[in-house]
Design a protein around this ligand. Structure first.
Ligand SMILES: Nc1nc2c(c(=O)[nH]1)N[C@H]1C(S)=C(S)[C@@H](COP(=O)(O)OP(=O)(O)OC[C@H]3O[C@@H](n4cnc5c(=O)[nH]c(N)nc54)[C@H](O)[C@@H]3O)O[C@H]1N2
Ligand SMILES: Nc1nc2c(c(=O)[nH]1)N[C@H]1C(S)=C(S)[C@@H](COP(=O)(O)OP(=O)(O)OC[C@H]3O[C@@H](n4cnc5c(=O)[nH]c(N)nc54)[C@H](O)[C@@H]3O)O[C@H]1N2
Ligand SMILES: [Mo]
Length: 755
């Protein structure tokens, strides 16, 4: 059948990267900034004396490599370094009601906010406010709360270690452990699942390990878009002949073929390197089943007498092997095939490659964590690696692809709602106060408290909390229930416009910009996905002379809120070395912080598993079985499809840079639903039909959104739509019960054709 021609939907046949990436970078630069400044600026990204790229958390070779060309890094940098400005005049000309009609793309594209602004209900506009008046008002409202737990302190992962640490200390001295953060929506399944399994909630590989690995399994992540610098690494591995098995319901172009813009031969000859040696289009939510299938095949071979396990490692370093393998033996292949959508033979091929590899890396992202069984998914990956001792040897380990450029660092310096007695004792020693001992709120609990009217003040260190969260109807209402929302941000977003009683926007310096305090220019520090901590120093002239740094703003709020504070806020922000000394006092892993940060490339935080040291309760790594295969067996065999939510190539979370998703062949629009030809036929739909997507979670309100269904190479039974447009379909509490991560990537839905 001839396919209908749908506006803005074309095939994209070129490889990822290559000339398309160069053209897109030139366009991003031209649109956002004065062209002359751009090359210089981009050259400073991820250089020893430059700033850390705010795009992603993938490390750079010793931070001294020549500039690595990266389209989406360039977009992140130019989006921040834009010449466009949101001034008091802009706010005077646009009421909040009017701005609410604009798309997320339009809102941020107005540019950088230049002045602190406070909402004025009489005119329904934001009006300029003096910094000190803003701080005083925030302090007054916070002090007026009957209970400090009625305030929520949200962190988005772009904040530096220094800012996040001050935020941690301020809120705890204020008297709460309410620390919702973006990590709760992202890698919380890693932060909860891995400590139980291997004793630390972080990845164990280093960049060098990719030079020594024999096999890579890449599950549920899309590096061509979200971790573009990883493409250089995968490209090298592929050219070295390392098999790369991809598990992803969608055929993502960069995981199929990639042309490295730094490779003159590929560029000149328009050629590309195949990345995935085998591409497994696992069903949405089918990863645990696929992993169990691979492990079942390995165990069957071991049971048949083959020497395929690292028995010495298992005996010396692990617990729970027998119960774990017994569960695998009991799990029928038919169930594994049904839940994963993959054939037994295909999984046995992966198992065969796995047992022949002496050093395997498994990398994974949101396709694994944002599920009802996210924690178990992560633990199955950890277990697969344990079977052959793939920890603490060169070329092996687990590699979670972190989200925001410093989300991992934020965690390390204390952004967590869980009270940690060791840290609290150190805080008491370093600052002379003891934080409260009750459990605080994570992101979902914080939003629930706002919805229920139990939380009245929200202070956001970056991000766009309500738009990132599930259930837009409820989350927007949560914002509107607040007495006061305080936003430390660079750009205008929808969370600023969902106003309860009062709202204040405090514009911050971006990472690319010079941060000068009374003792001179300051550096901040960040931790990448591989636990390397390094310094970052902005070089650009700030977008406005009225901006302040995140640490300075937090100190300002703290001094206005806590007149009798035990913390020398002025002293700390005068010289960020002093903040780092305090971080070291509270977190001893940062020993000699200020010295080591001055070495090129910084330093690596200790990671037990790399030395085969396991900080679990038993002192050993744990095989944790996952009994069952279906995320929600109640839904099997019905007309229900599983919806996953995706990022486009022109997007950074809720920040929409543009309306194209080049590699998936979508141009100038985001209102599409990716669906297989088979499901189109099964649902009596045609490519290009307008459909209603209706949530089908038992016992939940059946919300709906409308999108245009387009035929795409996606696993049958699975469909995809863009985040945040589809967030309303995810109920607030539809989450992984162990980690609290919203199940953004496995939403049961039904489709209905709009006539
Ligand atoms: N340019 C850019 N860079 C970014 C971001 C951005 O938005 N834009 N966001 C940053 C942040 S905060 C994060 S957390 C990371 C996100 O980076 P990723 O983890 O790559 O995030 P997603 O794009 O949400 O989804 C990844 C992939 O999971 C696949 N997938 C969906 N459901 C499933 C499933 O059930 N199983 C499997 N195996 N795969 C599935 C999708 O097809 C998609 O290819 O990137 C960071 N870097
Ligand atoms: N359906 C669905 N929902 C999801 C996801 C999904 O895959 N599907 N992914 C989830 C994930 S992984 C994450 S991490 C969250 C993201 O949630 P958030 O981190 O809250 O959201 P962002 O969109 O990254 O935040 C954008 C805002 O950050 C501000 N900003 C940018 N740079 C800076 C800076 O340097 N300092 C400060 N202070 N502000 C700055 C800008 O004003 C911008 O408007 O969303 C989650 N939501
Ligand atoms: Mo994230």
């Amino acid at each position: 059948m001839e396919k209908r021609n749908i506006p803005g939907v074309h095939r994209y046949d070129a490889p990822a990267g290559g000339w398309g990436a160069l053209r897109a970078t030139a366009k991003a630069v031209a649109e956002q900034m004065h062209v002359a400044e751009a090359p210089l600026l981009l050259l400073r990204t991820n250089k020893p004396d430059g700033f850390d790229c705010p795009g992603c958390a993938w490390p750079d070779k010793e931070h001294t490599s020549t500039f690595q060309f990266c389209e989406n890094g360039a977009k992140a940098v130019t989006w921040e370094a834009t010449k466009k400005r949101v001034t008091p005049e802009f706010f005077a000309e646009h009421t909040v009601a009017e701005l609410l009609q604009q798309s997320d793309y339009e809102l941020e594209n107005h540019g950088r906010i230049t002045h602190p602004m406070a909402y004025d209900p009489a005119s329904d506009t934001y009006k300029p406010v003096e910094w000190d008046d803003a701080f005083a008002r925030i302090g007054e409202v916070l002090r007026g709360l009957p209970d400090p737990d009625m305030a929520e302190f949200y962190t988005s992962g772009r904040a530096s270690n220094e800012a996040a640490f001050l935020f941690n200390i301020f809120a705890r001295e204020f008297g709460t452990n309410n620390f919702p953060d973006c990590s709760n929506m992202c890698h919380e399944a890693t932060s909860v699942g891995l400590p139980q399994a291997i004793g630390i909630g972080k990845g164990t590989v280093s960049l060098e390990d990719f030079d020594h690995c024999d096999l890579i399994i890449a599950m549920g992540h899309n590096p061509g878009t979200n971790h573009p610098r990883m493409m250089g690494t995968l490209h090298e591995c592929a050219r070295r002949g390392v098999p790369i098995f991809v598990f992803n319901p969608l055929r993502e172009r960069a995981l199929e073929r990639f042309a490295d813009p730094q490779n003159p031969i590929e560029m000149a000859s328009f050629s590309a390197t195949p990345i995935a040696s085998t591409y497994h289009q696992v069903k949405v939510g089918g990863d645990a089943a696929a992993l169990k299938g691979i492990m079942k095949a390995v165990i069957a071979r071991a049971d048949a007498g083959e020497n395929v396990l690292d028995r010495d490692f298992i005996a010396a370093h692990t617990n729970g092997f027998d119960a774990f393998t017994e569960d695998l033996r009991q799990t029928p292949w038919a169930a594994i095939e049904a839940a994963s959508g993959l054939a037994r033979g295909a999984l046995e091929v992966v198992a065969d490659a796995y047992v022949r590899s002496n050093a395997t890396i498994v990398s994974y992202g949101m396709g694994v964590t944002q599920h009802e069984k996210g924690t178990q998914n992560v633990q199955q990956i950890a277990a697969l690696l344990l079977l052959r001792g793939n920890y603490g040897k060169p070329g092996a380990g687990i590699c979670p692809l972190r989200g925001h450029s410093n989300v991992q660092g934020n965690r390390t310096v204390g952004i967590t709602e869980k009270p940690d007695p060791l840290m609290f004792a150190n805080v008491e020693r370093a600052f002379g106060f003891r934080p409260p001992s009750n459990h605080g709120h994570d992101a979902v609990k914080a939003m629930q408290a706002m919805v229920d009217g139990k939380a009245k003040v929200l202070v956001c260190l970056g991000g766009n909390f309500s738009v990132a969260m599930p259930d837009a109807d409820l989350s927007y209402q949560g914002m509107r229930n607040l007495d006061l929302a305080v936003h430390l941000n660079t750009k205008l977003n929808r969370s600023h416009l969902l106003i309860g009683k009062e709202a204040i926007i405090l514009p911050v310096l971006g990472r690319t910009e010079r941060d000068v305090q009374v003792t001179g220019a300051q550096s901040i520090t960040v931790e990448d996905s591989m636990s390397m901590v390094h310094a970052s120093r902005g070089k650009l002239e700030p977008a406005s002379e009225h901006l302040r740094s995140e640490p300075a703003i937090i100190a300002g709020i703290a001094m206005a809120t806590l007149p009798a504070s035990k913390v020398d806020w002025q002293g700390l922000i005068a010289d960020y070395d002093r903040i780092r000394d305090k971080i070291e006092a509270v977190y001893p892993d940062f020993r000699d912080y200020n010295t080591r940060i001055r070495h090129p490339g910084g330093f690596r935080l200790p990671l037990g598993p790399t030395e085969r040291v396991w900080h679990t309760k038993s002192g050993k790594a744990e095989f944790i079985p996952f009994a069952g295969l279906e995320e929600d067996p109640m839904l099997a065999g019905t007309d229900v499809l599983k919806l996953t939510t995706l990022r486009s190539h022109d997007q950074y979370n809720t920040t929409v840079y543009g309306l194209d998703d080049r590699y998936r062949g979508v141009f100038g629009r985001r209102d599409v639903l990716f669906i297989s030809e088979r499901d189109l036929a099964a649902q009596n739909l045609e490519h290009g039909d307008l459909v209603e997507i209706i949530s089908a979670i038992p016992g939940q309100e059946h919300k709906r959104i409308r999108l245009t269904a387009i035929a795409h190479d996606i696993a049958p039974g699975s469909i995809g739509a863009y985040y945040p447009e589809a967030n309303n379909l995810c109920p607030l509490t539809y989450q992984d019960p162990q980690s609290g991560t919203p199940s953004y990537k496995s939403l049961p839905v039904r489709l209905r054709k709009i006539a």
